[in-house]
Design a protein. Sequence first.
Length: 343
Amino acid sequence: MLVLGIESSCDETAAALVRDGREVLSSVIASQIETHRAFGGVVPELASREHLRNIGYVVRQAFREAGCRQEEIDGIAVTRGPGLIGSLLVGVSYAKAMAWATGKPLVPVHHIEGHIFSAFIENPGIEYPLLALTVSGGHTSLIHAAQPGRYEVIGRTRDDAAGEALDKIAKFLGLGYPGGPVIDRLARDGDPRRFPFSIPKISDGRLDFSFSGFKTAALRHITEAGIRPVRPGARPPRVVLDLVASYQRAIVDTLIGQAKKAEARLRPRSLLLVGGVACNSLLRASFRETFEAGGRPPGVYIPSPAYTTDNAAMIAAAATPRFSGSPSLDLELNASAGLPLVG
Ligand code: KG4
Ligand code: ZN
């Protein structure tokens, strides 16, 4: 089963050719980081224009790198939502047109299901029930799947996503965009105990997250310590390194704390850490350290960095088990900015 995946939910235009959900023949990603850098965040209107400009090239390049032709694919998979509506529409319209022109079946994919499947690419034997900590710039949630396709969201952020919380403080401190990778790097030289952050208590039994209090606390520390934004290209002073290390530590401790409670409650067979923030070196190490100790559960899975941030290989992988015999195209299929994860 050879599937073309297309992803355009936020600021990466991506296409990939994947065989049997695990053999990645090509994975092409056109990043828009340079377009949005000057604004310190994704500008939706610019994002859709960039997707329009890039999508044809990205799909052709995916075929070129894989060394195969359109006629050879068995189907097309596309991210239907959630995400920025103008961005999603570019991918969905392109995929529908291509399915119509080639007669190949089209399967729409939920972006978060795609992130979950990013772990299956390198580990096709992942067992259910699984618990996935999904952490990105747009989402932070704990998802339980008792069986394939049967998803239950058992915790989600009540305000910012973890990546968004990292990006915003990095922007405020003048550290560059996107902030997550910069904070990851700078925090290695900082003291994570210098600045206190109190972890919010969520008392209604849900395993939700909240990060906005950390942002407020960080702004207070910035004012009290008299920290000024770092000039472009300048080396951040010790106090900034300590602040970002303390801030990152608080975010990682919150994520791990809720994942630990969920694991104890649900006892899954597999634990997954996915989404762009799963690139974070402290989070990766803490996740492994926490859950591999004691030999339970049997499987801890964190994809390689190439598959954690948005890509189309994960979309193709998620769709692969869902292609049935029927190639009929649903012309009513539409993008959905707030698509819920149900199953
Ligand atoms: O999954 P993704 O590519 O897009 C969304 O679906 O949002 O995630 C992007 C997020 C950004 O917030 C970025 O700052 C964060 O992932 N990120 C990181 C790292 N690499 C990317 N955060 C922390 N440490 C990293 N190394
Ligand atoms: Zn994503």
